[in-house]
Design a protein around this ligand. Structure first.
Ligand code: ZN
Length: 235
């Protein structure tokens, strides 16, 4: 499989706490544990030419992983439109943590994707809501993140096609933390953990979920978007 990990790569350049956890960027950490699975993994960042994304490249990519937060607005609309098109044509898409507000994810959902949030160092419990789902393979009844940003309901997304994980927090909030969507020929997974100041992507359970998710999101069928005028058949 060919995976592209895209990161806005902003906090790591300006915040010492983030750089201490992800010295080469969040994208490099995610790419490294996916390469352990034998995948071909590329990375791209916001400041690359054209955000490091082109139609020719995405036509060869099975699954695109997206991490963004403070620079969503700097992603050109044309790039978001390209990602949406490629998902509709069959490419897998995984939106991590604050990518709930990324342009490609919002385009694919068609809603605000707003949620309630606070950052007080709460612990998070990620509960497996659907243990038979392939993205939950190898994950126990729940796992705990010592510290995460709280994302709470209401989460303004369309009803998920499959809900794999639900999270609860020290303060009592709950959140649909792992959600699957089908759009066109493509598969989309949103996964909540991953605030930049915590070592979330170093935790084995989080890595397992993302490793499972790329396998689930792998294209099963790809075709260019078309709305053909056809001839009547003669059965
Ligand atoms: Zn965050």
């Amino acid at each position: 499989m060919k995976i592209l990990v895209w990161n806005e790569f902003a906090h790591e350049k300006t915040d010492e706490r983030v750089r201490a956890i992800y010295p080469d960027g969040i994208h490099a950490t995610i790419a490294a544990f996916l390469r352990e699975e034998g995948h071909e993994v590329l990375t791209a960042t916001l400041d690359d030419e054209g955000c490091g994304l082109s139609e020719a490249l995405l036509d060869t990519v099975d699954v695109l992983i997206w991490w963004g937060h403070i620079r969503h607005g700097d992603v050109p609309d044309a790039v978001a439109e390209l990602v949406q098109k490629k998902v509709l044509e069959g490419m897998g898409f995984i939106a991590l943590h604050s990518a709930h507000h990324s342009k490609p994810f919002k385009r694919l959902m068609g809603t605000s994707c707003n949620l309630s949030w606070r950052e007080d160092g709460d612990y998070e419990l990620v509960w497996t809501a659907n243990p038979s789902h392939p993205i939950a393979a190898g994950i126990d009844r729940y796992f705990k993140l010592a510290h995460e940003e709280v994302y709470g309901e209401p989460f303004d997304i369309p009803e998920a096609d499959e809900t794999v994980f639900l999270s609860s927090y020290e303060g009592g909030e709950v959140f649909r933390a792992g959600c699957c969507f089908y759009r066109g020929c493509g598969r989309i997974f949103y996964f909540q953990p991953g605030h930049e100041t915590y070592p979330t992507y170093l935790q084995p359970e989080v890595q397992r979920v993302i490793k499972n998710a790329v396998l689930w999101a792998k294209p099963t069928y790809r075709a260019p978007l078309a709305c053909p005028h056809v001839k009547k058949i003669s059965p």
